[in-house]
Design a protein around this ligand. Structure first.
Ligand SMILES: [Zn+2]
Length: 310
């Protein structure tokens, strides 16, 4: 599932591509029946909070999209592609689709791990986007959007990615909860936008056991985790690959005597995370086998030594 970094990135891209322009829309699959609410209207702005996108077409005309586990966008230049698959929604710029297609530029976005963010279309060149497999794609009133916002915890990428929302509400909830921090971080009503990758990696970077109850964690420690999340998630917006390891901890830089010369090098794919999907492999720091267990419906990964329960 895309995490907050990707959702905010979509918001920025779609704002740059379509913001302030009249947008055409249709729903070839037939499951999105409200295209007439937005078709032919100007897209005023694109909002993102947590894992939710909101395309504002006027009062009580917000297109809400939650990608869920399966949802994804395809984007392209030039004329619309032939309709293929369960295509929930298409949005396009009528003038831009008259331009010729730029070779190799129309494509589905691969999952983050297969796509390092290079060779993407410049956002202002996007002529159309296709949306498939969302958990939700529906029209929200302003009140419904506000309600959603109230239901969601603060977002580390809030305030347009600059500084994040005020985390006080999240801290208060965690500090009085007996639930495990690994569960709390996935709860969107506690913190919005953190998903499975950031959960695992933030806890490792904090050397905190995912099983620690919220009420056993100091506020200072929570502040440090929040502070760590901001630049990490922002970096994940620019580079679709979420990189959480620091160069000195990567095996490829160990034993390298070129004095940090390779610190600018993009890390290898299997060195971008400390524990996420590294179960059965040795921890980069202590060599202990990284473990995996299900928590809050998703696989949790952690190092039992670096993140020992205290
Ligand atoms: Zn370890």
């Amino acid at each position: 599932m895309p995490e907050g970094n990707e959702i905010h990135r979509w918001a920025e891209r779609h704002q740059a591509a379509f913001g302030g322009k009249v947008i055409r829309a249709d729903g070839p699959q037939g499951r999105f029946k409200d295209t007439d609410v937005i078709d032919g209207r100007k897209l005023l702005r694109v909002m993102a909070v947590g894992k939710h996108l909101g395309y504002v077409f006027g009062k009580d005309r917000i297109l809400h999209i939650h990608l869920g586990l399966q949802g994804d966008f395809t984007e392209g230049t030039g004329p619309l592609s032939e309709v293929r698959g369960a295509l929930r929604l298409r949005m396009w710029n009528a003038a831009a689709i008259k331009r010729p297609v730029a070779k190799g530029e129309s494509r589905r976005h691969a999952w983050y791990s297969d796509d390092d963010g290079t060779n993407n279309i410049a956002p202002e060149k996007i002529a159309w986007v296709e949306q498939r497999g969302p958990m939700d794609c529906s029209i929200y009133t302003d009140a419904k959007w506000d309600k959603l916002r109230e239901r969601l915890g603060p977002d580390p990428l809030g305030v347009d990615g600059k500084g994040g929302d005020n985390p006080a509400r999240a801290f208060a909830k965690i500090l009085k909860s007996r639930k495990a921090i690994g569960e709390l971080l996935m709860d969107q009503s506690v913190i919005a936008g953190i998903g499975n990758i950031y959960r695992a990696e933030l806890l490792f970077r904090a050397r905190l056991s995912p099983f620690t109850p919220g009420n056993a964690i100091s506020e200072q420690r929570l502040k440090a985790i929040w502070k760590d999340a901001l630049p990490l998630m922002r970096a994940g917006m620019a580079d679709r690959r979420i990189v959480t390891t620091v160069p000195r901890d990567r095996l490829s830089s160990k034993g390298n005597t070129s004095k940090g010369k390779n610190t600018q090098k993009r890390p290898d794919k299997d060195e971008v995370h400390y524990v996420y999907r590294r179960n059965g492999q040795p921890c980069f720091l202590c060599g202990t086998t990284v473990e995996k267990r299900e928590m809050a419906g998703r696989n949790l990964f952690w190092c039992p030594v670096c993140q020992a329960e205290r």
